[in-house]
Design a protein around this ligand. Sequence first.
Ligand code: E4P
Length: 229
Amino acid sequence: MRIILDTANLEDIRYFNTYYPIEGVTTNPTILSREGGDVLKLLRDIRDIIGEDKELHVQVTETEYENIIVEAKAIVAYLGNKKNTFVKIPATDTGLRATKALSDEGYGITVTAVLTAAQALLASNAGAAYVAPYVSRLENICEDGVGTVADIAEIFSVSGTDTQILAASFKTVKEVLDVAVCGCHAATVGSDVMKKLLAHTTTDTSIEGFASDWKKSFGETTLLKLLKK
Ligand code: E4P
């Protein structure tokens, strides 16, 4: 399962893009509003940091059909990378119509705010490149977010659709791992959960033990220093 970063914070994007094997960045209006300022420059900066080969998902803010179409095309034209710029469109009737029209013209559409497998099925049939089910938002209302992703994975597998699942809205590491087990194609994860995917105190103490044992026997040298002699 591919991992994408769910933030518009440039410092975090620089950090995770350098150290973690992320495959892109997702944003939404809330995520962009947290950063404020010149939103177009922000999107351009994100693209510059991640480069042309990684995915950038940007959500429409227009709600009328004609305006969504124009806005989606303008977003892609502005960022200048049709292959790796995905336009996020919410799972509504107007959203499905726009998804069909834009997908037919070769735009990559991520149908977002997906809360049910039925919505995902319709989005797939409309030609979406991705559907983004909101795992934690479901779990937090005592619904089965992970189970919903599993159902979508099963439906997509049976139908043989090209639409991929980009699970979103994670609050815990366990949710991320649970959707990975379901055969989810990608997950977009915020900075906090991303760090927790890697961090483990026993890893830290193990590394300290290796360093201390090495130092006791070999002092300040390293394998590199020995090999260079
Ligand atoms: C993707 O960008 C989604 O919009 C995002 O993961 C939603 O996350 P939230 O439920 O934490 O707002």
